[in-house]
Design a protein around this ligand. Structure first.
Ligand code: BG6
Length: 472
C-alpha cells in the first residue's frame, strides 16, 4: 500500500537500544557471580572470551551517560541469572542485586526507561548440571528467579521481557551454546521440543506472576520474528513457507498469546514422533497467561521452497538467520532480491514492514522492537568511526516502521542491537553492532575506551526529532 501522508511516531515512543548481560558486561565471575552455560562453553576459534566483553559492568555509568547523550528513552538490557542467583536457585547474591539496582537507578536518573530481559541465552551452569530445560523443574527454577527479580526491581522496572529468542534456543541452540542434550537421547527433535515446552510453561507462569506481583508493570515475550516468503508462487512453495512460518515464528507467539500450540507445528511434531509431554496443569498455565505486548527481534526475512522428499539431505540451520530446512517440510532458499551484510545475513527493510503487518494482524498487541541492526567490521580512524553503512541500514528500517504505523500497527518503540559494541553470539567482537565503539579486539583486551560512531550522532538527531529528521 502506498501512503500519501505518513503518520508520525507516537509521542512517547521508546527510542533506545539493546544489549545482553553475557555479551556486554564482562566481570563474568566477579562479585559473587556464578558461571552460566556461556562461561563454560567451548568458544568458537578466534573469538573474544566473555571475561571482559565491553566491561559494561565497570563502565555502566559512562555508558548510560553516553546513551543519555544520544537522547535514549529506553535501554533494553538483560539481567544475568547467575549474578542474582549464582547457583540458579537458593542463595541470593547481594552484590548482583546491588549492580542491577545501580544500573536501573542510573537509567532512571536520565529518564531512560529500563526494559529488562529476564533470560538472554545464559542458563546457570549449576542448573545445566541438573538437566537444564530438559528437567521439568526448570519451570519452577524460572518462576522462582522471576519472583526474585519482581520483588527486587519491580518498584522501578515497568517493562519486562521473558525469554530472549526462545525460537533460536530451539532451532539453533547448538550454535548459540545453549543446547544441552541428556545422554542416551534417542529422538533429538522430541528432546528439544520438550525443553521448548518447559520454556513455554515457565514463561506463562512468569507472566501471571508479574501481573500478580506488579499490577502496573507490562510483560511480553521476545522471540526473533522473520516473516518467511515462498521462493515462488508455486503452490508447493506457499505451503513450505507456511510450514516454516509456523515452525520458526507462530509456534512461539500462538503459545504465548493464545495459550495453545500452532496446529501446523503440532502436525510436524507428530510426524517426527516429537510431541512434548504435557505435565499436570500445563494447558491451564498456558491459557492463563496474557502478555501485554509483543517484543520481537527482527534482522531479516527468510525464504522457503518445497522439500518433497523425506530423504533429502539438508544440513542443520547455520545460525539465527540462515535456515537450511527440514526434509519433507521446507527448504531454505537464498532470496535473489536481497543484499547481504559482510557476515552473510540478508538485508530486508521492506520485510520488516511485512513482518510487523503480519504480527499485528495475527495478535493485535502493541509491538516493541527489541533488536534489529547491522553487524560489520567497523574501523577506528583518528578517533572516528564512519559507519555510514549502519546509518543507511537503520534509516531504511526506521522508515519501514513509520510505514507500518501508517498501516495501523501499534508500535511501542525501537531498540536496535546494540547500544554499544559487544561480543556476538558466535562471531566475536569483530562483528560490531553498536552506536558506541569499544576499543578492544578478539585477540586481546584493549584500552576499552569508548568512541562515538557517526551513527551515534545520526541517531541522536533522529531521537531529538522523534523520527521526523532521518536525513544523513
Ligand atoms: C540475536 C540475539 O539473535 O541476534 C543477540 O538476541 C545477538 O544475542 C544478535 O547478538 C546478533 O547476532 P550475532 O550472532 O551476530 O551476535
Amino acid at each position: 500500500m502506498l501512503h500519501k501522508k505518513l503518520k508520525p511516531f507516537p509521542k512517547d515512543f521508546f527510542w533506545g537500544a539493546s544489549t545482553s548481560a553475557y555479551q556486554v558486561e564482562g566481570a563474568n565471575l566477579e562479585d559473587g557471580k556464578g558461571p552460566s552455560c556461556q562461561d563454560v562453553k567451548e568458544l568458537p576459534p578466534g573469538t573474544a572470551d566473555l571475561k571482559t566483553c565491553a566491561d559494561h559492568y565497570h563502565h555502566y555509568k559512562e555508558d548510560i551517560a553516553l546513551m543519555a547523550e544520544m537522547g535514549f528513552k529506553s535501554y533494553r538490557f538483560s539481567i544475568a541469572w547467575t549474578r542474582i542467583l549464582p547457583n540458579g536457585t537458593g542463595e541470593i547474591n547481594p552484590q548482583g542485586i546491588e549492580f542491577y539496582n545501580n544500573l536501573i537507578n542510573e537509567c532512571l536518573k536520565y529518564n531512560i526507561t529500563p526494559i529488562v530481559t529476564m533470560f538472554h541465552f545464559d542458563m546457570p551452569d549449576a542448573l545445566d548440571q541438573r538437566g537444564s530445560w530438559s528437567n521439568r523443574d526448570s519451570i519452577e527454577w524460572f518462576e522462582n528467579y522471576a519472583k526474585v527479580l519482581f520483588a527486587n526491581f519491580g518498584d522501578r522496572v515497568k517493562y519486562w521481557l521473558t525469554i530472549n529468542e526462545q525460537n533460536m534456543l530451539t532451532l539453533v541452540g547448538s550454535v548459540i551454546g545453549t543446547l544441552r542434550v541428556p545422554e542416551g537421547t534417542k529422538n533429538l527433535t522430541k528432546e528439544i521440543y520438550q525443553q521448548n515446552h518447559h520454556q513455554l510453561v515457565a514463561q506463562a507462569k512468569a507472566m501471571v506472576l508479574c501481573h500478580k506481583m506488579l499490577p502496573d508493570a507490562k510483560i511480553g515475550p521476545a522471540p526473533n520474528i522473520a516473516f518467511v516468503y515462498p521462493a515462488s508462487c508455486k503452490p508447493e512453495d506457499i505451503l513450505a513457507a507456511e510450514n516454516y512460518n509456523a515452525i520458526r515464528n507462530w509456534l512461539y507467539l500462538d503459545a504465548a498469546v493464545k495459550g495453545r500450540y500452532n496446529n501446523l507445528v503440532w502436525a510436524y511434531l507428530e510426524e517426527n514422533d516429537a510431541c512434548p509431554v504435557f505435565g499436570e496443569g500445563d494447558e491451564e498455565a498456558l491459557q492463563n497467561a496474557h502478555p501485554d505486548f509483543i517484543g520481537f527481534n527482527y534482522y531479516t526475512t527468510s525464504t522457503a521452497e518445497a522439500s518433497n522428499d523425506w530423504n533429502e539431505e539438508l544440513e542443520p540451520n547455520a545460525d539465527q538467520q540462515t535456515a537450511r530446512g527440514e526434509a519433507g517440510f521446507y527448504k531454505g532458499f537464498k532470496n535473489p532480491n536481497l543484499m547481504q551484510t559482510e557476515f552473510g545475513w540478508e538485508i530486508d527493510p521492506i520485510g520488516f514492514r511485512v513482518t510487523i503487518r503480519e504480527l499485528y494482524d495475527r495478535y493485535h498487541l502493541p509491538l516493541l522492537v527489541t533488536e534489529n541492526g547491522l553487524g560489520a567490521y567497523d574501523k577506528l580512524e583518528d578517533g572516528k568511526i564512519h559507519d555510514n553503512y549502519r546509518i543507511k541500514y537503520l534509516y531504511e528500517h526506521i522508515k519501514q516502521i513509520q510505514l507500518a504505523i501508517t498501516d495501523g500497527a501499534e508500535m511501542l518503540g525501537y531498540n536496535p542491537w546494540s547500544a554499544i559494541d559487544l561480543v556476538s553470539t558466535h562471531e566475536g567482537i569483530r562483528k560490531r553492532y553498536g552506536f558506541i565503539y569499544v576499543d578492544t579486539t578478539d585477540e586481546k583486551v584493549g584500552s576499552l575506551e569508548r568512541y562515538r560512531k557517526d551513527s551515534f550522532f545520526w541517531y541522536k538527531k533522529v531521537i531529538a526529532s522523534n523520527g521526523e529528521d532521518l536525513s544523513f
